[in-house]
Design a protein around this ligand. Structure first.
Ligand code: SAH
Length: 433
């Protein structure tokens, strides 16, 4: 299996895992094929086996620290990979094996789990990792060393009064992303209430082995991630993507509302549903001050399970082709129309995919008129001048011949109105008759 693009978990095959891992086989046989998720030893055996079999990661943990359920952790990492791959400055929307990426795992914990999953699955990624807890910090460092990842890790033990994103302390000017699994609870009472399953129809899925400092912080998950948002408002583009997991839907909603209130327009929301008994539904939110737009299935991953008004604006737009026009004719028409505009357009005829970059609303009537006039008067600069000007909108258009439709994707730009206007314009070229 290609780890670089391993899909998220929807289930775990315990039987197959027992077959592949002798240690887990003992656990599986001892419970006669019925894992007791309330037994911390079982959870640890399960996490260690998944890490070993699926990722070749060997994990050691102090007995008094959190043992991370892996499917849920991997699903967050997988979403982050999709976020980064789909916002690469090359617009490739693919895993680029040579691309160097540097991330930060805030509160890496005794396992160092996110940092390890990131580095193991993406060989060119470097990870920074912080924690305030000495025992956890030392244990994470030992795990990196044990897995030969220490040379690609920058680790920093922080204190609660320090920044959550301590760029200077980490010796870096810029990060591609941050991720975080914050302490979830405000105090011990809230933690006990949640862990006893109070208020839930089915009780907790699995026992929680976290120590108090791993689970509790001022303001709970919302308080912690609010601090990340506040730091991000100062650091802005020094980090391309900020992100965090949230334990409660209400917290995820509050974070998106906070981002919106600060004028952030480029964000993404995901839901983690690892589909096993060891995983509880969680939320992930990412945001950026840059203008690269993630693919729609990443940006609106949380889809129907999130309030519509808090989802980011769609980054894809589909146009059904009128029955009177063939796929080949649609490609021709598209190229003719775009060639007449003052923008850069690169078409790949073998895949029927083109990428356009525009420095203005060049398809708007006023712009087109002025452009035509300048052309007539011989005042139009070399075509490549369009590239030198700042890109306000980049888009990809695919003619999907089999589905008889055209797909537009928003790749770059902060102007939602401009993107919508492009979609409307292309739609008019392919109006049903
Ligand atoms: N990332 C691990 C651990 C999450 S528990 C996992 O997913 O399993 C939350 C972690 O955040 C704990 O290890 C805790 O010590 C750490 N933490 C709490 N406050 C912090 C702070 N101000 N800065 C950095 N880490 C902090």
């Amino acid at each position: 299996m290609d780890l670089a693009q391993k899909p998220p978990y929807s289930t775990v095959d315990f039987k197959a895992l027992a077959k592949a891992d002798p240690d887990f086989k003992k656990t599986w046989q001892a419970c006669a094929g019925k894992l007791d998720f309330q037994d911390p030893a079982n959870l640890e055996a399960l996490s260690k086996a998944i890490l070993k079999v699926d990722f070749s990661i060997h994990l050691s943990l102090p007995s008094n620290r959190l043992c991370p359920p892996i499917p849920n952790r991997w699903n967050y990492v997988s979403w982050i990979q999709g976020l980064l791959d789909s916002t690469s400055p090359t617009y490739s929307n693919k895993y680029e094996p040579e691309r160097e990426v540097i991330g930060l795992d805030i509160g890496t914990g005794a396992s160092g789990i996110y940092a390890m999953l990131c580095m193991k699955s993406r060989p060119k990624w470097t990870m920074c990792a912080t924690d305030v807890d000495k025992t956890s910090f030392e244990s994470a460092a030992a795990n990196f060393a044990k897995n030969n990842l220490l040379s690609r890790a920058k680790i920093l033990q922080t204190t609660p009064s320090m920044a959550l994103i301590p760029l200077e302390g980490l010796g870096t000017q810029q990060l591609d992303f941050t991720l975080c699994n914050p302490p979830f609870f405000v105090d011990a009472a809230e933690m006990e209430k949640s862990l006893s399953g109070e208020g839930k129809a089915t009780g907790p899925n699995a026992v929680c082995t976290g120590s108090n400092n791993e689970m509790i912080c001022p303001g709970g998950d919302l308080g912690f991630v609010t601090r990340i948002v506040e730091e991000s408002l100062v650091l802005c583009e020094k980090v391309t993507w900020y992100s965090s997991m949230l334990g409660k839907l209400s917290s995820a909603k509050a974070i998106v509302e906070l981002l919106k209130s600060h004028g952030v327009t480029n964000w993404a929301v995901g839901v983690l549903e690892p589909g096993t008994k060891t995983g509880t539904k969680r939320w992930v939110v990412a945001w950026s001050f840059g203008d690269l737009r993630p693919r729609n299935h990443i940006a609106r991953h949380a889809g129907a399970s999130f309030p519509h008004e808090l989802l980011p604006f769609p980054t894809s737009y589909k146009i059904p082709l009128p029955s009177s026009i063939t796929g080949v004719a649609a490609c021709e028409k598209l190229n003719d129309q775009l060639a007449a505009l003052d923008l850069r357009w690169e078409w790949d005829a073998t895949t029927s995919v083109g990428v356009g970059t525009a420095s203005d609303n060049v398809w708007g009537r006023a712009y087109r008129r002025a452009y035509e006039r300048r052309k007539r008067e011989g005042h139009v600069e070399m075509r490549d001048d369009a590239v030198a000007r700042k890109t306000k909108l980049a888009f990809r258009i695919t003619v999907v011949q089999l589905a008889s439709e055209i797909t537009l994707e928003w790749l770059r730009g902060n102007d939602q109105v401009m993107w919508e206007s492009l979609c409307g314009c292309v739609h008019r070229w392919f109006k049903q008759t």
